[in-house]
Design a protein around this ligand. Structure first.
Ligand code: MN
Length: 248
C-alpha cells in the first residue's frame, strides 16, 4: 500500500514527520505538504500562478501552495506512482463541528476523495499537542480496516484524537459533527505606521457538543470518527422550496 500524506500545518510540522515515520514501518509513504502553515485554507486551489514542488528527500516534497494544491498535484502528475489512499494530518488542533468548513486538513482529504482515493483527515484534540504518537496508533489500528470501510465512495473520515497518551485513550466512537457558537470578533490593532490591522478571532465555544458529537467523544477520551460527505444539499428543504416557488 502506498499512502500520500499531507497536512495544512506545513512540511516542518512535527506531527507530520512523526506520522510519516510510524506509517513507514507498515506501508510506503510519500509526503507532499505545503511549504508553510496553510491552516484554514479550506479547499482553495491556486489558479493564477504556477506551483513549484521541491523534493527534500526520498518520498518527501514541499509545495508552495495550499493543502488542496499539494494533494491535487501529487495525484495528477507529480508522483510517478499513484497512491492508494490519502491521509491528511495530524493537525495541530481539533477539526470538529464547524471547523471542518475552514480546515485545510479536512480539505486535503476531500481533494484525495475527489480524485478517487479513500481519504482520512486526522487532527489532535489540543492546540499544543504533546501526544502525536496516539494519532499514529489510531491510524495504525484503523489502517487494516480502511479498505472495507462501509461508506459511500464520496465520503471521507474525519478523525479527532484526544491529546492523551495512547494507554489513556478509551477507544473509538463513531460520531456526528457538533457545532460551535459563532466565532469571537476580530482583534483590532494597528501597524507600526498607525494603520489599523485586524486579526481573525478564535473559533466560538462549543454549542452543540452533547452525546454523539465529535466534541463529546474527544472530551471523554475517545478517538472520534465522523464520516463526512461533501454534498451540502439540504434535502429536506427541496420539496418545501419547490412548493414555495410554486408556478414562478
Ligand atoms: Mn492546521
Amino acid at each position: 500500500m502506498h499512502i500520500l500524506l499531507s497536512n495544512d500545518d506545513g512540511y516542518l510540522a512535527p506531527g507530520l514527520s512523526i506520522l510519516a515515520e510510524c506509517l513507514r514501518k507498515q506501508v510506503q509513504v510519500t509526503v507532499v505538504a505545503p511549504d508553510r502553515n496553510r491552516s484554514a485554507a479550506s479547499n482553495s486551489l491556486t489558479l493564477h500562478r504556477p506551483l513549484r514542488a521541491q523534493q527534500l528527500g526520498e518520498g518527501f516534497y514541499k509545495v508552495d501552495g495550499t493543502p488542496t494544491d499539494c494533494v491535487h498535484l501529487a495525484i495528477t502528475g507529480l508522483l510517478e506512482q499513484e497512491p492508494d489512499m490519502v491521509i491528511s494530518g495530524p493537525n495541530d488542533g481539533p477539526n470538529m463541528g464547524d471547523d471542518v468548513l475552514y480546515s485545510g486538513t479536512v480539505a486535503a482529504a476531500t481533494e484525495g476523495r475527489h480524485l478517487g482515493l479513500p481519504a482520512v483527515a486526522v487532527s489532535m484534540g489540543s492546540y499544543q499537542p504533546q501526544h502525536f504518537e496516539s494519532a499514529c496508533r489510531a491510524i495504525e489500528v484503523l489502517l487494516p480496516r480502511l479498505p472495507e470501510m462501509p461508506t459511500p465512495p464520496s465520503s471521507i473520515l474525519n478523525i479527532n484524537v484526544p491529546d492523551l497518551p495512547w494507554d489513556e485513550i478509551k477507544g473509538f466512537r463513531i460520531t456526528r459533527l457538533g457545532a460551535r457558537h459563532k466565532s469571537e470578533g476580530v482583534v483590532k490593532s494597528s501597524d507600526p505606521r498607525g494603520e489599523p490591522i485586524f486579526w481573525v478571532g478564535p473559533p466560538g465555544d462549543e454549542q452543540d457538543a452533547g452525546e454523539g458529537t465529535d466534541f463529546f467523544a474527544v472530551r471523554n477520551g475517545f478517538v472520534s470518527i465522523t464520516p463526512l460527505q461533501i454534498d451540502l444539499t439540504r434535502y429536506d428543504s427541496l420539496q418545501k422550496l419547490d412548493d414555495w416557488i410554486g408556478s414562478l
